[in-house]
Design a protein around this ligand. Structure first.
Ligand code: ATP
Ligand code: ZN
Length: 292
């Protein structure tokens, strides 16, 4: 069934009238702007696939999905994928499901490792030209990967292309997580305050213990996906207060919230360049942030 997207008609059977009610109730000024928005998601695991589904149900204009893996039966403790998807590429299974939920969303899927040298240029190009018109940059990148190497590649591409991104993570014991908003030059990038492991240059794969698998819970992953997409909607549709770093501890229901400023001595050359560009404008921006 093709649903007339964002139809102004208010009927109980039209899912978009419930979204447009956000506008009538004064939460969002122009909800229909979501149709012009393009979001790139890296990683379609427990967080990324759910984030993609949420954005699809919100009526996003375009989604660009990246993942190198196939669906496994071992992924069934997460949301979104179903047993009949086992063996399919995550990008293909996801685009088919999302298309059936909302055929109005423009979907693009790429199955490769974003850290690999031959693919990085293509990835960077999709950031720069993946907007709904096929010429402008994407509005936002969501990082939903589970390793530092992929986050470092996303950080590099976003600093180079000057594109805003939001990062997410869930701990190995599955009972805590976080989201972070990164504006090149304006807030800390992934290398401004690197995790100790990244700063010390330890190869991540050497740390994996044979036969020991990380825990994972659909609850924590669903909560982190919800926090991530809520923050993305606030940014894209300009409502509420954006979170720059928002933690979540499931054991104590604690949500620490901070702003992380850029490091002038960051090891990433593109981050330092973006900081220079923002130095003049950025001061005014920082003042406004601290005033609130
Ligand atoms: P497991 O817990 O078994 O590792 P998972 O690999 O699905 O499960 P998640 O944390 O749920 O882990 O999801 C992370 C997703 O990010 C995965 O689908 C993975 O394939 C994807 N991913 C990680 N690194 C890259 C990369 N460099 N390029 C593309 N996709 C990546
Ligand atoms: Zn930096």
């Amino acid at each position: 069934i093709k649903i007339d997207h964002m139809s102004a008609e208010v009927t109980d059977s039209n899912p978009y009238s419930r979204l447009m009610a956000l506008k009538r109730m004064g939460v969002v000024k122009e909800y229909e702007r979501i149709r012009e928005v393009s979001v790139l998601i890296v990683g379609l695991g427990g967080v990324g696939s759910v984030a993609a589904e949420m954005l699809t149900r919100c009526g996003i204009g375009k989604l660009l999905l990246f993942d190198y893996d196939v669906v496994e039966l071992a992924n069934m403790n997460r949301l979104f994928f179903r047993p009949e998807h086992a063996g399919l590429r995550k990008t293909e299974a996801a685009t088919a499901t999302l298309e059936s939920i909302n055929p109005d969303v423009c979907l693009e899927g790429h199955t490769y490792d974003v850290t690999s040298v031959p693919h990085f240029e293509h990835f960077l190009d999709r950031l720069r030209r993946g907007g709904p018109d096929g010429r402008s940059p994407v509005h936002l990148v969501l990082s939903c990967v589970d390793n530092y190497a992929a986050r470092t590649a996303i950080n590099q591409a976003c600093n180079e292309a000057d594109v805003a991104w939001m990062e997410s993570g869930v701990s190995e014991d599955a009972v805590s997580g976080h989201i972070q908003t990164l504006f090149p030059g304006r807030t800390a990038c992934f290398e401004c305050l690197p995790p100790l492991l990244v700063a010390s240059g330890v190869e991540e794969s050497t740390l994996r213990r044979e036969g020991v698998c990380a825990a994972s819970l659909p609850t924590t992953m669903g909560i982190v996906a919800g926090l991530l997409v809520q923050n993305a909607l606030k940014y894209l549709l300009d409502f509420g207060d954006l979170s720059y770093y928002l933690g979540y501890s499931a054991l104590t229901d604690h949500f620490p919230r901070h702003t992380l400023w850029p490091n002038p001595d960051c090891g990433n050359m593109w981050c330092r360049r973006r900081q220079e560009t923002w130095r003049g404008k950025g001061r005014a921006w920082q003042r406004r942030e601290t005033d609130c």
